[in-house]
Design a protein around this ligand. Structure first.
Ligand SMILES: C[S@@+](CC[C@H](N)C(=O)[O-])C[C@H]1O[C@@H](n2cnc3c(N)ncnc32)[C@H](O)[C@@H]1O
Length: 292
């Protein structure tokens, strides 16, 4: 059972403008909430290709979406390869593509792969466990300056240099294996500030690096053209300012080059009601375009 609550579900349907019998790709299947809401609107024959890097997400979604039969095609893979995955599975032209980036509550709470600093688990953080690089490789082997730069750039943590220094000192005594190994080191140099845990930004930065989240987003968006036709829509929900900047710039460039019309002149945030009901939605930002 998924514990993830889909973010901005109404806005996703509205901006995708789901058509009956339409064909869609959900690049971040997760708990399958968005995919299921698309399937409820694109019947009776519409299909959705759901992609997720995490095998657990695919297994869970297979159960949740069983009742849609062949209308839901679920594939484990990276959305960097969206064009080849779509072509392989008969989604050569689609009416819309959705990205809802970042972590699902299932990855955070149930994956056992070290996404949460509140659980003591292997310091892994790979969305796809077949991938090589893990978070523990970074803290155990990268140069102090490179660790500091990553924490600063992707975690926007002003204490990045102090954290990197403490990591390098600690690993001389013992390799980092688990999330708590890292949390303990950070807690020795930085106090807790209210509800905000001092490891938050370091964990975010490591996850972004491990999964090359910014690189895959850029290359995936830039690869989409061959799947789109006039009127196809692309909707992206981001949770990090650097991701949002990539989406904004790619969409703006498509607008300038005459490939697409930007539907969201300003970024669309969740409503106050949604933030109250689902606090993790608070940093979500939605942008959408329509292909020309
Ligand atoms: C926020 S969740 C999506 C939640 C989903 N929209 C729902 O309604 O339940 C993001 C999902 O994207 C997946 N993901 C992140 N980066 C990915 C990538 N590059 N390729 C494929 N899946 C990715 C994660 O494994 C995670 O399950």
């Amino acid at each position: 059972m998924t514990t993830h609550r889909s973010v901005m579900p109404q806005e996703v349907l509205e901006y995708l403008r789901v058509l009956s019998n339409g064909t869609y790709i959900d690049c971040t299947l997760g708990g399958a909430g968005h995919t299921e809401s698309i399937l409820t609107c694109n019947g009776p024959k519409g299909r959705v290709l759901g992609i997720d890097a995490s095998p657990d997400a695919i297994v869970q979604a297979q159960t949740r979406l069983k009742k849609y039969g062949k209308r839901a095609v679920l594939v484990q893979g990276n959305f960097r390869d969206v064009v080849s995955l779509a072509t392989l599975h008969g989604f050569g032209q689609v009416d819309g593509v959705l990205y809802d980036l970042g972590l699902s509550m299932d990855l955070l709470r149930q994956s056992g792969r070290g996404f949460s600093f509140q659980e003591n688990e292997p310091l892994d953080m790979r969305f796809d466990p077949k991938q090589d690089l893990m978070a523990m490789d970074i803290v155990n082997s990268w140069k102090e300056k490179d660790i500091a730069d990553a924490i600063f750039q992707y975690g926007q943590d002003q204490a990045s240099r102090r954290i990197a220094k403490a990591i390098v000192q600690a690993r001389r005594k013992k390799r980092f294996e688990t999330t708590f190994d890292l949390v303990n080191v950070i807690e020795t140099i930085l106090p807790r500030r209210g509800k905000f845990h001092p490891a938050t930004q370091t964990f975010q930065a490591l996850r972004i690096v491990v999964n090359d989240e910014l690189g895959v987003l850029q290359s995936s968006l830039e690869s989409l053209a061959t799947l789109l036709h006039t009127g196809s829509r692309i909707v992206v929900i981001t949770f990090h300012s650097l991701e949002d900047r990539i989406v904004k710039n790619v969409f703006r460039q498509w607008g300038k080059d005459g490939f697409a019309t930007v539907l969201t002149k300003k970024v669309v945030p969740p409503t106050r009601e949604e933030i109250l009901a689902n606090p993790p939605s608070r940093s979500a930002k939605l942008r959408a375009v329509e292909w020309k």
